[in-house]
Design a protein around this ligand. Structure first.
Ligand code: UN1
Length: 490
């Protein structure tokens, strides 16, 4: 059985209850996990609080050594971890290995921060006075992570938190808890002291809620749906804890009249149907200039017909299942909504009925045409292999349509006109812009996040992540030996 990890020990919840993790491609059971209660969270928070003082005082380069060792173990175990990831959440093996690689990249990047964590030294306005700022850890971090990037996203949160000197209570998605437990095991073996990282397994209610509401936690870092993010913010408000949210997307690829259509096609298929559309960066809208619409639409339909659904471990599979039955039903509900709204179904639109699909949660890659920007399928996050084609007559209109949703994570533009590219880079109201590439493929050394309902003002990854996991302290040292009044004495 997979257990919680609290204060350096693998422990079963006193609930005595368990839950199962299974393979969405074929229903195979992968393991049994302990189902935690608020009491387990209490113990995890106490352990994290107790470990905080020694960990924050451990020199950052020493803290980073644990991360370097963990990163090395991930490199050595990459294949095994990738296979487990495919079996637990369904994405095809090359993408699963990419997910692990993204975790390795983040681990080494943040390990490097152990010798950086830059503050500022600035001139003081008074003589014999020294002015500087330093980063300090926030305290105990509650990390709540999703199933769609079950390795990379936990590292986006744990690694900056740990290198900066925070201690952590980690609550992964129940769908991918075996992989999460394996990550924690790697951190343990890399030499993390007891209590610095604690794992509590189980569903959002009651486990996630207990993490969010616990007064002993100083910061919640959450990635998941906008609805859950909103409720986390409300539940965290009474304790005034810091909340960093990464939520939904309704990302678009803009294809202009002067685009290289073969290139655009590759970006569209990869961004709309990679990971079965289950990325917050997925391209769920394709905004096309009227002059390319007919040919590009035909190219898309043709390509999608050739996509092979199946078990992500097989080299012949292009697209895996969605993660579970409720996700499958949600995607199908959106197909009905699109049809009712009057959009034209060009391909897919149904649960896969082919041989080999019956034991898993497979949805056919789905393309809607004649989509009006206000339709629900063009406004709401579906998180599945469904994309909506919207036709426009100009770049200005394309940008307007892109910006007019409740989300603002990624947008991409295909054009060979540098003026259009720079106009789009300026005017697209999102956190990430691609030029002549699809909407997926963010690297860990730049900020990741978005606007409106996508984020709440914070960014993950890159240097920006350090602003989430640290508090600034400004320090003035006056060595004049007398009272010097800032803004008054000259
Ligand atoms: C997510 O979908 O939640 O750019 C993260 C990408 C990946 C990260 C996706 N590097 O698609």
């Amino acid at each position: 059985m997979y257990k919680n990890y609290i204060n350096g020990k693998w422990t079963e919840s006193k609930s005595g209850e368990t839950f199962l993790s299974g393979n969405p491609a074929n229903g195979e059971t992968l393991g049994e996990l302990t189902r935690s209660t608020a009491q387990d969270v209490e113990e995890a928070v106490n352990a994290a609080r107790q470990a905080f003082d020694a960990w924050r005082k451990t020199p950052a380069p020493r803290r980073a050594e644990v991360l370097f060792r963990a990163g090395q173990a991930m490199v050595e175990r990459k294949d095994e971890l990738g296979r487990l990831l495919t079996r637990e959440m369904g994405k095809v093996l090359p993408e699963a290995l990419g997910d692990i690689q993204e975790g390795i990249d983040m681990t080494f990047y943040m390990a490097g921060e152990g010798r950086r964590l830059f503050g500022e030294t600035v001139p003081a306005e008074l003589p014999n006075k020294f002015a500087m700022s330093v980063r300090e850890p926030v305290g105990v971090v509650g990390a709540i992570t999703p199933w769609n990037f079950p390795f990379a996203i936990p590292t986006w949160k744990l690694m900056p938190a740990l290198v900066a000197g925070n201690t952590v209570v980690f609550k992964p998605s129940s769908e991918t808890s075996i992989l999460a437990a394996t990550l924690v095991q790697i951190m343990e073996e890399a030499g993390l002291p007891p209590g610095v990282l604690n794992l509590v397994l189980g569903p959002g209610d009651p486990v996630g809620d207990a993490v969010v509401e616990h007064p002993g936690i100083n910061l919640i870092s959450f990635t998941g749906s906008t609805d859950v993010g909103r409720s986390i913010m409300a539940k965290a408000a009474p304790s005034l804890k810091r909340v960093s949210l990464e939520m939904g997307g309704k990302n678009a690829i803009l294809v202009m009249e002067d685009a290289n259509l073969d290139l655009a096609l590759e970006g569209i298929i990869w961004s709309a149907f990679g990971t079965s559309g289950q990325r917050c960066t997925a391209a769920s809208r394709i905004i096309m200039h009227r002059s390319v619409r007919q040919s590009l639409t035909a190219m898309m339909v043709d390509r999608v017909r050739g996509l092979r659904l199946g078990d992500g471990l097989l080299p012949t599979t292009d697209m895996g299942p969605v993660v579970n039955r409720s996700q499958l039903e949600k995607v199908h509900r959106y197909t009905q909504i699109g049809l009712k709204e009057g959009a034209k179904l060009l391909s897919g639109g149904d649960i896969c009925g082919r041989d080999g699909c019956e034991r898993g949660f497979f949805y056919l890659p789905t393309i809607f045409d004649d989509v009006i920007p206000s339709m629900r399928i063009a406004q709401e996050e579906i998180f599945g292999p469904t994309t909506a084609i919207i036709t426009v007559d100009s770049l200005e209109e394309a940008v307007r349509v892109n910006n007019d949703t409740g989300f603002g994570l990624v947008a991409s533009i295909y054009t060979s006109d540098v003026n259009k590219a720079f106009t789009a880079m300026r005017d697209l109201s999102v956190g990430i812009v691609y030029v002549n590439a699809g909407t997926i493929g963010a690297e860990i050394q730049l900020p990741f996040g978005g606007r409106r309902g996508t984020s709440n003002g914070h960014r993950e990854a890159g240097q920006a992540a350090l602003d989430v996991y640290t508090e600034w302290k400004s320090i003035y040292v006056d060595y004049s030996g007398r009272l010097q009044r800032a803004q008054i004495d000259v």
